[in-house]
Design a protein around this ligand. Sequence first.
Ligand SMILES: Cc1cc2nc3c(=O)[nH]c(=O)nc-3n(C[C@H](O)[C@H](O)[C@H](O)COP(=O)(O)OP(=O)(O)OC[C@H]3O[C@@H](n4cnc5c(N)ncnc54)[C@H](O)[C@@H]3O)c2cc1C
Length: 359
Amino acid sequence: MPATDVLIIGGGVIGLSLACELRRRGLTVELHERGRCGNEASGAAAGMLAATQMAPDSPYATLAVASARLYPAFVRQLQTETGLAIDYGQCGTVLLGANAHAHPRGPALSGEELRRLAPGVRFEGPAYYFPDDHYVDNRQLMSALRAAALQLGVRLSEDSPVTEVGRTAEGAWVRVADGSCRSAAAVVNAAGSWASQMRLPVDLPVIPRKGQALEMRLPAGETLPRVLVGDRVYMSPRRNGNVVIGATLEDAGFDKSVQPDVIEQLRLRATALLPLLQQAELVGSWAGLRPATPDELPYLGQWEDSSYWLATGHFRDGILMAPVTAVVLADALEKKSPQLPLAAFAPGRELGVRAGNQC
Ligand SMILES: Cc1cc2nc3c(=O)[nH]c(=O)nc-3n(C[C@H](O)[C@H](O)[C@H](O)COP(=O)(O)OP(=O)(O)OC[C@H]3O[C@@H](n4cnc5c(N)ncnc54)[C@H](O)[C@@H]3O)c2cc1C
């Protein structure tokens, strides 16, 4: 049998969360990251944890709510393991106006409630409050996940792109950039938007969906008390007074260029809702690539009964979905019965098999 239990491709929030969970359960784990951990979508996100805005009772919402419930313990454990601080706010979201993605459970806020929950906001129209939605500073989260993985004994290789994956009777193998092969009882593809950009045993229709975003620093002493979501713009707070403003949703292939006019449009939309931003200073702007699937649901699980596994396609919600993805994948890898319905996320639902490759 291979010496390694699980080999993970990709050091984003999904790959690292799974790696830590598996090590805590005593499995041996090797993780290969093409560049530096956390430098792709997981570092580019806004960190909103918006589980309760989703249409209730769908398998996706069930998974999201389960993940949101795991978040406080997920953050606490990483902080304890690493000693690193993670800015995580259980502050709720105020939705300003209608939004196709949000499903309010209660009545619209009164003007007085809106002023109390979202001081300084200028908005006429129905607004709604989602008290159980949260935010996390995803960059701090990624630093803590990387540190925890190393501390827990994950064999972590950065600057180590995987070029090919294959299966054997006993497990699976990957080829890394220097041409050598690494074998494991199971290989998990958590390579985000790049999940199909290597030679694989199956066709994987994961595509990148670009998002541009910016960060601003409010005047000294000011903080945004909760997440604000408006028309084609949202604002995610940070405890230090910064605000992450996002985001576009673009089909631009693997292009990650930042367009100043697009960033300016986002800034103007946010400032119209929160005039205090006129006094804010630009901290930075960036673009990232969300891993999307044709039905916008992630692939979670095993390809047929093989040792090749998928944990990708988390699209807009990968930061939110990381804790539950780690738990359900770790359970499945340990052959435990799933605690949640996972059929909707089965990798086989629309993948085609390729002719076997050999290492
Ligand atoms: C602007 C923006 C805002 C967002 N806001 C939110 C939000 O508020 N809340 C939320 O929950 N989600 C949000 N998301 C979505 C979230 O960022 C993603 O769903 C999540 O980060 C996906 O994580 P991942 O680990 O699958 O992918 P990634 O973070 O992209 O990680 C994949 C990793 O795999 C590596 N890799 C690729 N190919 C290989 C290879 N061949 N070999 C080895 N390694 C490889 C990459 O280098 C990368 O580090 C946002 C995304 C964007 C772009």
